[in-house]
Write a protein that binds this ligand. Structure first.
Ligand code: GLY
Ligand code: MN
Ligand code: MN
Length: 467
C-alpha cells in the first residue's frame, strides 16, 4: 500500500459525509492532451482526483457514495500497451494499493455508471472543469431513466462537488504542508543557482541569455525530484520584467539591468511560487535599489498583516499603502494631481505601476482553489464604482485567514517610460514573491514564510551574487 493511502481514504470519507442521504460523486482525472501530431504534452493528473486518490495515471475516474464506498475505474492491464507506455496499476491491484473498495476497467465505465446512479438522490461532480463531463453524465442519466419500468429512479438534483472539495483543499493538512515546504526549498535553491550563474558569467565576460538562467532553474528542480515546473518560468531581463506574463526567452541579460525570475517547481502534486528580482551582475544601481527597497517594505507590511483572524484582503491593503506612499515620495505619483496618500489610494493612482493583486491561494494548483469570500458572510454585499473604469463592483467580506491556509505574498512595481515618470526608473520591473503558511505556532508572527531559502534583502542578494 502507498504510505499516503490512509490520507486519501480519510479525505474520501470526509467528502462522502458531505454528500447527503443518497448522494453520489463522480470525479474524473485529467485528459491526455495532444501537443502536436502524435506527441502528447507531459501528463498531469487532475488535482481534485489526485487529492482523493493519490493516483497519477490517466484515464481514471473515482465514484464515491454517501455510505462511504469508493469505486475506481482505471486502465486495464495490457501487456502490449505497457511495453510502449509504462506499467499500469490495473483494477485488480487498485483496492490494495489505493484503499478503494473496488476497481474496474475504465472500459466498463459507460456500462457501470448508470447502475451506480440508479436510485440515488443527488449526483455531485466538479462543475465546469472537464470538457464534455456534463454530456457524459447526461448520457448515463438517460440510461437510468430508460429503466424506469424496472423501478429505477434517476437523481433529481445535481450539485457542484467543487464547493465541497475547494473548502477542504483550502486548509492544508500536515502532509500537504510537508510536501509544500520541500517544494519551496527546492525552488529557493533554484533561484540561488540562477542568481549566482548570472553574476558569475557576466564577471567572466560571457554572454548571458535568459535561457541560461532558466536552465539553472530546471536543473535544480529535476535534480531534487520535482516532476514539473509548477507553471511556465518567467525569466525577464531588463524591460521584459514589465511584461507580467513574459516567458523565459532568449533576450540578453546585461550588466546594469535587473532580472526578474518568477519560477518554481511542482513536487508530488504541490506547487511552489517564488519571484526574485536581482541585478544581473550582482550590484544594484541607486534607482534600482530605491524601487527594490520600496517593494520589499511593501512585502514586509503584507507579511505583518498575514495572521490567523486577519482578512485575505489585509495584506493587499497594507501593500498598496506602502507602495503608494513610496511612489508619492519618489515622484512617480504626482502629488499635485492626486493629493495625499488616502486620495491617491482611493483614486488607485498606483495602478499604472501595480496592477495585480498581492496574494492568491497556493496548493496543488499554483492559483489554488478556495473562495476568497468568507462563506458565512457571502450575503453581505456593498457596491462601489471603480474609480478608473467606472465599473460597478460588488464587495463581499473577504476570507478570514485560518491556520493551514497557504497564500503567496507578491507585491511588485512595473515602470514603463512615460512623460511624467522620472527617467531613472524607466523599464524597471520588480516583484518579490514568497509563500506564506498561516499559522498560530508561537515561533512565527502569524505566518511562516517557506521560501526564504533564497534571500530578499538587497545586501544579502549582493553578497550571494559576489560569492
Ligand atoms: N507565478 C504565478 C503567480 O505568481 O501568480
Ligand atoms: Mn504567485
Ligand atoms: Mn509567481
Amino acid at each position: 500500500m502507498n504510505p499516503d493511502t490512509p490520507i486519501h481514504a480519510a479525505r474520501r470519507a470526509r467528502v462522502a459525509a458531505q454528500l447527503g442521504e443518497g448522494g453520489i460523486a463522480i470525479v474524473p482525472t485529467a485528459p491526455v492532451q495532444l501537443r502536436n501530431r502524435d506527441a502528447d504534452f507531459p501528463y498531469r493528473h487532475d488535482s481534485y482526483f489526485y487529492y482523493l486518490t493519490g493516483f497519477t495515471e490517466p484515464h481514471a475516474w473515482l465514484v464515491l457514495t454517501s455510505d462511504g464506498r469508493s469505486t475506481l475505474f482505471c486502465q486495464p492491464k495490457d501487456l502490449e500497451r505497457e511495453i510502449w507506455d509504462g506499467i499500469r496499476l490495473g483494477p485488480e491491484a487498485a483496492p490494495a494499493a489505493l484503499g478503494v473498495d473496488e476497481a474496474f476497467s475504465v472500459d466498463e465505465l459507460d456500462q457501470r455508471l448508470p447502475k451506480l446512479l440508479e436510485n440515488r438522490a443527488t449526483v455531485w461532480y466538479p462543475f465546469a472543469t472537464h470538457a464534455g463531463l456534463e454530456g457524459r453524465i447526461d448520457g448515463w442519466l438517460q440510461k437510468v431513466r430508460a429503466r424506469v419500468r424496472f423501478g429505477a429512479l434517476a437523481p433529481e438534483a445535481q450539485r457542484d462537488l467543487c464547493a465541497v472539495l475547494d473548502e477542504m483543499r483550502l486548509v492544508k493538512d500536515a502532509h500537504e504542508l510537508d510536501v509544500m515546504r520541500r517544494a519551496a526549498r527546492i525552488s529557493a535553491a533554484a533561484h540561488v543557482r540562477a542568481m549566482q550563474r548570472s553574476s558569475r558569467m557576466l564577471r567572466a565576460g560571457q554572454e548571458v541569455r535568459e535561457y541560461h538562467l532558466e536552465a539553472e532553474l530546471l536543473h535544480e528542480f529535476r535534480q531534487h525530484g520535482s516532476q514539473f515546473p509548477a507553471y511556465g518560468s518567467i525569466v525577464a531581463a531588463g524591460a521584459n520584467a514589465c511584461v507580467l506574463h513574459y516567458r523565459a526567452d532568449q533576450a540578453p541579460v546585461r550588466a546594469g539591468e535587473l532580472v526578474l525570475i518568477d519560477a518554481a517547481c511542482e513536487l508530488d502534486g504541490y506547487a511552489s511560487d517564488i519571484t526574485r528580482t536581482f541585478p544581473a551582475d550582482g550590484r544594484f544601481t541607486g534607482p534600482q535599489r530605491a524601487l527594490y527597497e520600496l517593494v520589499l517594505a511593501a512585502q514586509q507590511a503584507a507579511v505583518d498583516a498575514t495572521r490567523p483572524g486577519a482578512r485575505f484582503n489585509e495584506p493587499h491593503e497594507a501593500t498598496v499603502r506602502v507602495l503608494t506612499q513610496g511612489l508619492l515620495d519618489l515622484g512617480l505619483i504626482d502629488r499635485d494631481q492626486h493629493g495625499g496618500l488616502d486620495d491617491a489610494i482611493a483614486r488607485r493612482a498606483y495602478f499604472p505601476f501595480y496592477m495585480h493583486r498581492t496574494s492568491h491561494w497556493l496548493g496543488m494548483d499554483v492559483h489554488d482553489c478556495g473562495s476568497y469570500v468568507e462563506p458565512s458572510e457571502v450575503g453581505q454585499v456593498s457596491e462601489r464604482r471603480d474609480p478608473l473604469s467606472g465599473e460597478l463592483i460588488k464587495d463581499r467580506p473577504s476570507r478570514i485567514l485560518r491556520p493551514g491556509m497557504v497564500l503567496t505574498i507578491e507585491p511588485g512595481l512595473y515602470v514603463r517610460p512615460g512623460d511624467k515618470v522620472p527617467a531613472e526608473f524607466w523599464n524597471l520591473g520588480i516583484r518579490i514573491e514568497d509563500d506564506a503558511v498561516v499559522t498560530d505556532d508561537a515561533r512565527f508572527a502569524g505566518c511562516e514564510l517557506i521560501t526564504r531559502g533564497v534571500p530578499v534583502a538587497p545586501d544579502a542578494i549582493e553578497a550571494l551574487m559576489a560569492a
